[in-house]
Design a protein around this ligand. Structure first.
Ligand code: GLU
Length: 318
């Protein structure tokens, strides 16, 4: 087994040269204010060991990575019925695109584009009142990470609310097709708050462990989702987790991953590791530039890819 601690430190060192090359999201002041040269990485292994480097303990806005946790909760609430209202195909479009919705009758392509995540929020409101849903989401993420210090950044949530015209358009448009059933303000209130979850790479990698561990939370041994559901969520992350850059991300890393416009990426090496990287500078598709490069380097150094035969066994027997 290569020395993972050294690999992670070398990656963080190399990324100092790349981090500033990306463009920080500037649609809200709270994100625009983040220095582009930040970089953090955390790798949590199946046996619980954690390797970190750079700004791995600095909280950042997880934004669309929250769509993974929201989907997991909504599947828990309504099961596979969810798929009657959201598709499972890569969109090939930007995260906030509205064009496909018309020809596809208000059914979003997948749960990881904004339209899909907004339907997922609507589904959660079938189970909880808006405030309760936000509280449940926070509790869920804290339990997954084993960390009660995780919070929602209210300034980010307010910024999303104040600038979220496109998301409002998406929600209203889907409401016209009957695929949003609760008042749009309530649905978006939940969506904007989940996007405003603030987490560090360490907390995020910890929260992603159930996707590495066949659906189980390694802290409690309890099932968060069934092994089949964990596989399916990973499959969606691989095919749809980076918007119109999903193919490129899969090509470069071979790992399921979900990005957020705050510059974070959660990536899963099933059976092996849960990985989080953060660098706020984005590439032209709105995905972390240095974060993607860092994951590519990690895979090159370790051979972790879902397309590597016997990935899990090889590591387990090291
Ligand atoms: N809050 C952002 C939006 O809905 C999330 C986008 C992202 O992280 O890609 O516009």
């Amino acid at each position: 087994m290569p020395d993972l601690g050294a690999i992670v430190r070398d990656i963080a060192e190399e990324m100092r040269e790349h981090a500033y090359k990306g463009k920080v999201a500037d649609y809200i002041p709270a994100l625009a204010a983040i220095a582009p040269e930040r970089f953090g990485i955390a790798v949590v292994m199946a046996d619980g060991t954690c390797h970190m480097a750079g700004d791995a303990q600095q909280a950042f806005s997880i934004q669309s990575i929250s769509k993974v946790f929201a989907l997991t909760m909504a599947l828990g609430a309504v099961g596979d019925q969810l798929w009657q209202r959201v598709g499972r195909e890569p969109s090939g479009s930007a995260f906030n695109s509205i064009v496909q919705l018309e020809s596809e009758h208000g059914i979003p392509r997948n749960p990881f584009i904004n339209a899909g995540a907004i339907v997922v929020s609507d589904i959660l409101l079938g189970r909880y009142e808006p405030r309760e849903a936000i509280g449940e989401m926070l509790r869920f993420v804290r339990a997954l990470a084993g960390d009660d210090s995780i919070v929602i950044d209210e300034e980010v949530a307010r910024g999303e609310q104040e600038t979220g015209y496109r998301n409002m358009a998406l929600a209203n448009y889907m409401r016209a097709f009957g695929n949003i059933r609760h008042p749009v303000e309530k649905v978006l209130g939940l969506y904007f708050h989940q996007c405003a979850l603030a987490m560090s790479c360490q907390q995020l990698a910890m929260a992603g462990r159930y996707l590495m561990a066949r659906g189980r939370n390694p802290d409690t041994g309890r099932s968060v989702v069934s092994p089949q559901r964990a596989r399916r969520i990973n499959a969606l992350m691989l095919t749809c987790g980076h918007y119109d850059g999903s193919g490129e991300f899969a090509f470069r890393t071979g790992l399921p991953g979900k990005s957020g416009v705050g510059g974070g990426i959660l990536a899963i090496a099933p059976g092996v590791a849960s990985i989080a990287v953060w660098s706020p500078g984005l590439n032209e598709r709105g995905n972390s530039l240095a974060g993607t490069l860092a994951l590519e380097r990690l895979v090159q150094a370790t051979g972790w890819s879902v397309f590597e035969p016997g990935l899990g066994q090889a590591i387990a027997s090291e």
